[in-house]
Design a protein around this ligand. Structure first.
Ligand code: DQA
Length: 188
C-alpha cells in the first residue's frame, strides 16, 4: 500500500503511519506436544511443522498490522506465567492449550485473572474425538473456540481477535497521543 498519494496542485495525502505502540499486540501460545507438529499423529494433526505454522501466522499478522509473540511450552506452569505476563503488554491471547485443555484449572484461572480477550484453538475437532476431549476447562473463560480447521484455525482466530479488538474501539483513536488500549494496558 502506498504511504502517500500526490494529488493535484501538489497536495500530498499521507496514509496513517502505524507506530509500534499503536499496533495491537497478541500473544499466541502453543501447549504440550505441539512442538512435534508435522511428525506427530499426522492423520489427526497434519504435516505442517510448528515453524511453518508460526510463519503463516506471522505473515497474516503483518497484513493485519498486529504484533504477535509466539511461544510453545510443554509445561503448564510456564504457560500460566506467560498468560500472567501478557496482562501488562498484550491486548489479547490465542491459545491452543493442547492436552491441558481437558485438565488445567490453573490455565483457566490465569486467563480469568488477566481478563484479556482469549480465543481457544484446536487443530482437530475435539468434540468428534474421545469423550475425555469433549470437556474444555478453557472454553468458559474464552471469547470463543475454534476447533477442527487444522492450522487455518489459528488464522481464523487471529482475524477474529483482531476484529474483536478493533470493533470494541481499541484502535479508534490511533492518531491521538493515548489510545484506550494504551490506557487500559497501563492500568491493568
Ligand atoms: C489439540 C487437541 C487436544 O485434545 C490434544 O491433547 C492436543 C491437540 C488440537 O489442537 O487438536 O494435543 O489441542
Amino acid at each position: 500500500m502506498p504511504r502517500y498519494w500526490i494529488l493535484a496542485r501538489g497536495i500530498v495525502l499521507t496514509s496513517p503511519v502505524f507506530k509500534p505502540d499503536d499496533m495491537l499486540r497478541i500473544r499466541i501460545l502453543h501447549g504440550p506436544n505441539l512442538n512435534l507438529l508435522g511428525t506427530r499423529e499426522q492423520s489427526i494433526y497434519g504435516t505442517l511443522s510448528l515453524d511453518a505454522l508460526d510463519s503463516a501466522i506471522t505473515k497474516l499478522a503483518k497484513e493485519l498490522a498486529v504484533t504477535v509473540d509466539l511461544r510453545q511450552s510443554n509445561s503448564e506452569g510456564e504457560l500460566v506465567t506467560w498468560i500472567q505476563e501478557a496482562r501488562a503488554a498484550y491486548d489479547g491471547i490465542i491459545i491452543n492449550p493442547a492436552a491441558y485443555t481437558h485438565t488445567s484449572i490453573a490455565i483457566r484461572d490465569a486467563i480469568a485473572a488477566v481478563g484479556l480477550p482469549t480465543i481457544e484453538v484446536h487443530l482437530s475437532n475435539i468434540h468428534q474425538r474421545e469423550e475425555f476431549r469433549h470437556r474444555s476447562y478453557i472454553a468458559g473463560v474464552a471469547i470463543g473456540q475454534i476447533a477442527g480447521f487444522g492450522p487455518i484455525g489459528y488464522l481464523l482466530a487471529l482475524r477474529g481477535l483482531h476484529n474483536h479488538l478493533t470493533a470494541s474501539g481499541c484502535l479508534k483513536n490511533i492518531t491521538g497521543s493515548s489510545t484506550a488500549r494504551q490506557t487500559a494496558r497501563r492500568t491493568r
